[in-house]
Write a protein that binds this ligand. Structure first.
Ligand code: SF4
Ligand code: SF4
Length: 422
C-alpha cells in the first residue's frame, strides 16, 4: 500500500491510494458541553434527506448517549476491540502534545484500520479492518438514552456521592455525529466499484448511486458506521454534507456558502461548520483568523473523534469537561487534558470565538475581535476571572461582514401581560 501523511497521528501510514488533497475541506467543530440532545439536528437531516421508503433505519445525523449508546449499537467498542485483537497492547501514543503542525497530539504508535487489515485479514486484497453490523443494531439512533455510567463502570449501579468538577463519578454525555468527510475515507478505500469519491473543491465524500452495486464494503469499512445500506434500491447511501448549501447553489443561500441543515438547526448552539484551506500535504493551511483553524490549531480546544482509527476525520469536538479523562483520551486522543483546561479557563479570544456559534447559517471564513469594557471580575474554581464585553465580527468568503455579536447577550424581559400565555 502507498504511504500517506496523517498529521493527526504525527506520522505516515498505509492507505490503499496515493494522497490527493482538496483545495478546501468541509470540517466542523461540535462543542459537546452545550448539547442537550434535543435531536433537532437529527430530525432536520431526516426530514431533508432520509424520509423515503427504504430509509426508515437511516439516520445520517444522530445524537447518541455515551458511554453505552451508539448507532449502530456499540460501533466504537466493536472496532476498537478488533484493533486491540490485531495489535494487543500496542494501541498507544507517544511523544508530547505540542505545537508541531505535523503531530500536535504526539505520535500514534499503534495500528490504524488500514494497517491492521494487512495483518489480520484474508484474502490479501482486504484493505480495511471493519465489520458489518446486524440489522437490529441499526434500530435505535439513541439507545440507552441518558443512562449514566455506574460505580466503577458497572452498569445500573449508580454512584451515591454528590458530583463536583473536575470530573464526575456518575456521568454521561451526548455525542452528536455525522459523516466526518475523512481525508483518508475508509468507505472510499474499500469500494471495489470505485463508486465513492472525494470532491476536489470541498473534500465532501459522496457515493455515486449509478456506480454503486450495494456490496456494502463501505458499510463494513467505515469505522464510524456512517455509510448505510438501503435495501429497496440495493445501494449504499451516506451524508452528502448538504452540498448544494455548502456550494451556495441552494436557492435559499443566495449564492453564499451556507452551513448544512443539521448545523443551522442546532438549538444548543454547539455546531459550527466551515471550509478550511488545505496545503499540499493534507494539513490545514495556516489561516489564523478562520474560527475552525483557531479552535483546532491555535486554542487546541477541539479534537478529532477517534483519530487512532486513521481516516483523519474532519469532525472535531470540544470534550465534555465533567467526564473522567481516561474515557475522553481513548475517544479524542492525548490532547484532551489541554483542551479541557483551556475550555474551562478561556481567554478573551476563545470566549469571543465561542460566541460565533449559530449566530448565522452562513459559513464563517474569518473573524475579528474588538475589545470592549470590563464587565465582571471574580473567581472561578479558585482562579481569578475577568470578563470583557468584547465584540466579535464574522466575515464571509469574500471578506464581507456577515454579522457581529458581543460577549454579553441581550436580555429580553417578557411583559407581565404575557404571563401564562403561550
Ligand atoms: S440540535 Fe444541537 S443541541 Fe440539539 S441534539 Fe443536535 S447537536 Fe445537540
Ligand atoms: S466517516 Fe465513514 S462514511 Fe464518512 S468519509 Fe469517513 S469513512 Fe467514509
Amino acid at each position: 500500500m502507498p504511504e500517506v501523511r496523517n498529521w493527526q497521528l504525527g506520522r505516515a501510514m498505509s492507505y490503499p491510494y496515493d494522497a490527493k488533497h482538496p483545495d478546501r475541506q468541509f470540517a466542523f467543530v461540535f462543542n459537546i458541553n452545550r448539547c442537550i440532545a434535543c435531536q433537532t439536528c437529527t430530525m432536520a437531516c431526516k426530514s431533508t434527506w432520509t424520509f423515503s421508503k427504504g430509509q426508515e433505519h437511516m439516520w445520517w445525523a444522530n445524537v447518541e448517549t455515551k458511554p453505552y449508546g451508539g448507532y449502530p449499537q456499540f460501533w466504537d467498542a466493536k472496532i476498537l476491540e478488533r484493533l486491540d485483537q490485531a495489535n494487543e497492547g500496542g494501541q498507544v501514543w507517544s511523544g508530547e502534545v505540542g505545537d508541531a503542525p505535523d503531530g500536535p497530539y504526539g505520535s500514534f504508535d499503534g495500528m490504524t484500520i488500514f494497517e491492521a487489515a494487512q495483518r489480520t485479514l484474508t484474502p490479501d486484497s482486504a484493505r480495511v479492518l471493519g465489520y458489518l453490523p446486524n440489522d437490529d443494531e441499526w434500530n435505535a439512533p439513541n439507545i440507552y438514552e441518558d443512562n449514566p455510567v455506574g460505580m466503577l463502570g458497572v452498569k445500573d449501579k449508580l454512584h451515591e456521592t454528590g458530583e463536583q468538577l473536575p470530573s464526575h463519578n456518575m456521568w454521561f454525555f451526548y455525542l452528536a455525529r455525522i459523516c466526518n468527510h475523512c481525508s483518508y475515507p475508509a468507505c472510499l478505500a474499500a469500494c471495489p466499484r470505485k463508486a465513492i469519491y472525494k470532491r476536489p473543491e470541498d473534500g465532501i465524500v459522496l457515493i455515486d448511486q449509478e456506480q454503486c452495486r450495494g456490496y456494502r464494503k463501505c458499510v463494513e469499512a467505515c469505522p464510524y458506521k456512517k455509510a448505510m445500506y438501503r435495501g429497496n434500491t440495493r445501494t449504499s447511501e451516506k451524508c452528502i454534507a448538504c452540498y448544494p448549501r455548502v456550494e451556495g447553489t441552494d436557492p435559499e443561500s443566495g449564492g453564499d456558502p451556507m452551513e448544512t441543515r443539521c448545523m443551522a438547526s442546532c438549538i444548543g448552539q454547539i455546531r459550527m461548520q466551515g471550509l478550511v484551506a488545505v496545503d499540499g500535504e493534507g494539513r490545514w493551511a495556516e489561516d489564523r483568523y478562520n474560527p475552525l483553524y483557531y479552535l483546532v490549531h491555535v486554542a487546541k480546544v477541539a479534537l478529532p473523534l477517534y483519530p487512532q482509527l486513521g481516516t483523519q476525520p474532519n469532525g472535531y469536538y470540544i470534550p465534555p469537561r465533567w467526564v473522567p479523562k481516561p474515557y475522553l483520551r481513548q475517544m479524542f486522543g492525548p490532547g484532551v487534558d489541554q483542551a479541557v483546561e483551556r475550555y474551562m479557563n478561556p481567554d478573551r479570544e476563545l470566549r469571543a470565538v465561542l460566541q460565533l456559534f449559530r449566530r448565522s447559517n452562513r459559513i464563517v471564513f474569518g473573524y475579528e475581535v474588538q475589545e470592549g469594557p470590563l464587565v465582571y471580575e471574580g473567581t472561578l474554581h479558585g482562579r481569578p476571572v475577568t470578563i470583557h464585553d468584547d465584540t466579535v465580527i464574522a466575515y464571509g468568503r469574500e471578506g464581507q461582514e456577515l454579522f457581529r455579536t458581543t460577549i454579553e447577550e441581550p436580555i429580553h424581559v417578557r411583559e407581565s401581560i404575557h404571563a401564562n400565555s403561550i
